[in-house]
Design a protein around this ligand. Structure first.
Ligand code: CMC
Length: 435
């Protein structure tokens, strides 16, 4: 970071101002280093929602929201999605470089040989209600991993950190598939080491003791692409949560459980489930003929209705992941002979209408990755309430890469925001009879 440029802060009431260093990244907006602001002026900054705040330094993922560009370690998502598989992408996010053939083979072996979960986990699952939302089960079971793998929880030990990262990436598909099997009352399916990461997940989801799952390469590749597109996304709400939880020195399993909880919300990872529910409802109400009424409701601020799968805090141009997801949608529906899938057609019409509407144009609202990911997942046979778990599975590597980057930073401090206090000033407690 070069700090030749300075930013000067002055106050209209003549209070003493202050000067702050300005740093440039390799790309992206410069940042004003205000760490000494309070010491120098006795004032805080106020930025709820982090609209203008860079909370950390990172070298993992870069988004240019105006260009619609997403880079993992410098590589555009469009290239990674066609040239790499998910585990290569994981290696890239964790290590900073794409693996050589030998590095990839060793990484794949490490992940593959950690896919099984502790047998006692199966009994832990029995404690959940069968009708629990799978994200509730995932939050609980990921958090519980720290109780099962407490041999590697020294966060200042590089090897412990690495083995925890591998365990999380490897076991997440097993836990998600277990959450599904538990919800439908089928026995858990153990992982198989002769299958690739995504094929193994599909088998754990869809095989049963009476019937083996036939791996379909097109569908496996589609799932792998969903995982690549969701693998990381800079300092989003769940990643920032993982960093904040980790900043106190909490163990990685607890931190990732916090990430899972944050992802669950409909403004974040829960949008894929909410989007498919929205499309289903619109279809039930009359489909394309009702788009006009629906869009009118979305534009009415009092209705509380949003066009799910549209809009993004950072992308003010097309979300590049949405384009790739729409492509995958075509591939999967063609493979399954579902070219005329009414929901896909409805989604495309809805997208077209919204993109031509002034409300969306002026606010720069474009489809995000979740607009089409639900249709793909549905076609793969994944139930709607499991969509966000698939997102969590994919994002685990991004969370752990960010957590690891933070722990390795010698300047790392516990995250502790301040506030603009608007409550009562000091007052006296009155005896109960006088209140
Ligand atoms: N439908 C209708 N209006 C919208 C939408 C939408 N989906 N998104 C934003 N707006 C409006 C919003 O009402 C506001 O209007 P106005 O200026 O008149 O008050 C304006 O656009 C700016 O929106 P904002 O809420 O201030 O933007 P934000 O950056 O705080 O929120 C968002 C971003 C993703 C939470 C929001 O766009 C949203 O709720 N979208 C729907 C949920 C969704 O698809 N989420 C998935 C995000 S991508 C996956 C992920 O990374 O998690």
């Amino acid at each position: 970071m070069s700090n030749e440029l300075k930013a000067t802060l002055t106050f209209s009431d003549g209070s003493p101002g202050a000067e702050f260093p300005v740093y440039s990244g390799t790309i992206g907006p410069d940042v004003i280093d205000i760490r000494k602001l309070y010491a120098q002026t006795g004032k805080f900054t106020f930025d709820p929602g982090f609209m203008s705040t860079a909370a950390c330094e990172s070298a993992i993922t870069y988004i240019d929201g105006d260009k619609g560009e997403l880079l993992y370690r410098g590589y555009p998502i469009e290239e990674l999605a066609v040239s790499c598989d998910y585990l290569e992408t994981c290696y890239l996010l964790l290590h900073g470089e794409l693996p050589s053939a030998d590095q990839k083979s060793r990484f794949v072996t490490s992940v593959t040989y950690h896919t099984m979960v502790h047998e006692q986990m199966t009994r832990f699952f029995q404690g959940f209600r069968r009708d629990a939302h799978p994200m509730a089960v995932l939050c609980g079971s990921v958090g519980a991993m720290s109780a099962f793998y407490h041999d590697s929880l020294d966060i200042y030990n590089l090897e412990h950190r690495y083995i925890s990262a591998i365990r999380l990436i490897a076991k997440m598909p097993t836990l998600v598939a277990m959450a599904y099997k538990y919800s439908i009352g089928q026995p858990f399916v153990y992982p198989r080491n002769d299958l690739g990461y995504s094929a193994n997940f599909m088998r754990m989801m869809f095989a049963n003791p009476c019937e083996e799952y036939k791996v379909n390469d097109v569908l496996v590749r589609a799932l792998d692409r969903i995982l690549i597109l969701h693998a990381d996304h800079e300092q989003n709400a769940s990643t920032s949560t993982v960093r904040l939880a980790g900043s106190s020195g909490a163990n990685p399993f607890a931190c990732i459980a916090a990430g899972v909880a944050t992802l669950w919300g409909p403004a974040h990872g829960g949008a894929n489930e909410a989007c498919l529910l929205m499309l289903n409802e619109l279809q039930a109400q009359g489909g394309a003929d009702k788009i006009g009424d629906f869009i009118a409701k979305v534009k009415d601020k009092h209705s509380g209705v949003k066009l799910m799968g549209f809009g993004h805090r950072v992308y003010k141009n097309f979300d590049p992941r949405a384009k790739l997801m729409r492509e995958t949608c075509y591939e999967v529906l063609n493979e399954l002979g579902l070219q005329d899938d009414p929901l896909f057609k409805l989604a495309m019409t809805l997208e077209k209408v919204a993109l031509e509407d002034d409300y969306f144009v002026t606010r720069k609202l474009y489809p995000n990755v979740d607009f089409y990911s639900g249709i793909v997942q549905k076609a793969l046979g994944i139930p709607t309430d499991l969509f966000t778990c698939i997102f969590a599975l994919a994002r685990t590597v991004g969370w752990i890469a960010n957590w690891n980057e933070m722990i390795s930073d010698p300047d790392q401090k516990i995250g502790r925001p301040r506030q603009l206090f608007k409550g009562n000033v000091r007052r006296q407690v009155l005896p109960i009879g006088q209140r």
